[in-house]
Design a binder for this molecule. Structure first.
Ligand code: AMP
Ligand code: GLY
Length: 423
């Protein structure tokens, strides 16, 4: 089969490397892909949001199946567009991708169907939001309704910070129309867990759980980033918690979307917080997480393409999805300065990798055949092992095999998780 993967980050590289293991895959294209992906797939410089061009490309190359990985093309309706021309896709249609595309939609859905989440109030104008913020307790959480490149959530410690956030989002429109509405949400506490799942709208099959490390610096300090590393499985996500999440969150979400006439098919990502009052939904994503995918897919023992096609066809079942009992760690190597200003254009050297090691490239381009840095998060150094402790050690061994000028990475990926396993 000829496969098209839309997107160009480390997540897409992990998806492509996993798909390549399938005997049914004849050729993989990526739009736009990146310099590292170019070593595994044929890349074409079409942005993930250029829907018309992607549709044309899919026709021209006679694509048999398309994996739409990033949030924005899903929310814009790329799956609907491709299915109209007869190209089956992995990913939800526009009417279901709204689960990530609008936080107001998903909050209302959770309230209507009794799915556990933080209390919140919605506002469509800055004045009433600011009046409300004078009366609420702190810290409080302010969320832009729409997509905001992962930056639309502000945790305000006091009224001044909250007021500034509302003004930036609703008046200065730093996230454009995504800030026309906001949520002011109760501040929750507890360990966070990412659970990616496959669903065909009938069954929901959780993948191995994971833990992201969002802050730029060690000990979870510094600015929020797109993710500096991940581990899987997440030790806080015990069998008991998993059972509770299935009963109270996963199945009710699938049912709720069906009842709303918005059947969700694809990868549904549950961002959870294990609060003292039980697991609650922090966010839904309508896609694979990045860099969660980089630790989840190396643990998948089954054929990813078979699972994806079953998801599209509505024939998903547990037999199709098997994960190993091992652990995985991803250490993101970034350009020093990320998530703020950084320099690019440095040559990346990668040593020989063992079978349990992987490098998933995110921000790099090929320049005359030489791989050079071109983004903030450059790549993920990934390794698997029987235990989390070994997986962490192995991932840092992969880091040692990689060199580029101005490389920065966190030294403590998995440390918190490891402590939790020893409690
Ligand atoms: P998001 O951009 O939705 O992934 O949110 C970014 C981060 O904000 C989450 O990973 C949480 O750490 C934090 N967060 C979001 N909502 C809440 C909440 N209600 N209480 C505490 N922290 C939150
Ligand atoms: N790692 C969080 C996300 O993909 O949104």
């Amino acid at each position: 089969m000829k496969i098209l993967v839309v997107g160009g980050g480390g997540r897409e590289h992990a998806i492509i490397k996993s798909l390549k293991k399938s005997s049914k895959v004849e050729k993989i294209y990526a739009t736009p892909g990146n310099g590292g992906i170019a070593l595994d797939a044929e890349c074409y410089p079409i942005k993930a949001t250029e829907l018309d061009k992607i549709v044309e490309f899919a026709k021209e190359k006679q694509i048999d199946y398309c994996v739409v990985a990033p949030d924005d093309p899903l929310v814009l309706g790329l799956v609907d567009r491709l299915e109209e021309i007869g190209v089956p896709c992995f990913g939800p249609k526009k009417c279901a991708a709204i689960l990530e595309g609008s936080k107001v939609f998903s909050k209302n859905l959770m309230k209507k169907y009794g799915i556990p989440t933080g209390d919140s109030v919605t506002f469509d104008n800055a004045e009433s939001a600011i009046e409300y913020l004078k009366t609420t307790s702190y810290p409080t959480v302010i969320k832009a309704d729409g997509l905001a490149l992962g930056k639309g959530v502000i945790i305000a410690k006091n009224f001044v910070e909250a007021e500034n956030a509302v003004k930036e989002i609703m008046l200065d429109k730093v996230f454009g129309a995504s800030g026309n509405n906001i949520l002011v949400e109760e501040f929750l506490t507890g360990p966070e867990v990412s659970v990616l799942s496959f669903t065909d709208g009938k069954v929901v099959i959780p993948m191995v759980s994971s833990m992201d490390h969002k802050r730029a610096l060690d000990n979870d300090e510094g600015l929020n980033t797109g993710g500096m590393g991940t581990i899987a499985p997440n030790p806080y996500y015990t069998e008991e918690v998993a059972k509770e999440c299935m009963e109270k969150i996963f199945l009710p979400t699938i049912d709720a979307m069906n009842k709303e006439g918005r059947t969700f098919k694809g990868c549904l990502y549950f961002g959870l917080m294990l609060t003292p009052k039980g697991p609650k939904v922090i966010e839904y994503n309508c896609r694979f997480g990045d860099p969660e995918t980089q630790v989840v897919l190396p643990l998948l023992e089954s054929d990813l393409l078979d699972i994806m096609i079953a998801t599209t066809n509505g024939t998903l079942n547990e037999e199709l999805v098997k994960f190993s009992n091992g652990s995985a760690t991803c250490v993101v190597m970034a350009s020093s300065g990320y998530p703020q200003k950084y320099e690019s254009g440095f040559e990346i050297k990668i040593g020989d990798l063992e079978e349990n090691e992987n490098v998933y490239v995110a921000g790099a381009k090929l320049d005359g055949g030489v791989l050079k840095t071109s983004g903030g998060r450059v790549l993920g150094a990934v390794a698997t092992a029987d235990s989390l402790e070994e997986a962490i050690k192995n991932a840092y061994k992969v880091v040692e095999k990689i060199s580029f000028d101005n490389a920065y990475f966190r030294k403590d990926i998995g440390k918190k998780a490891l402590l939790a396993t020893k409690k």
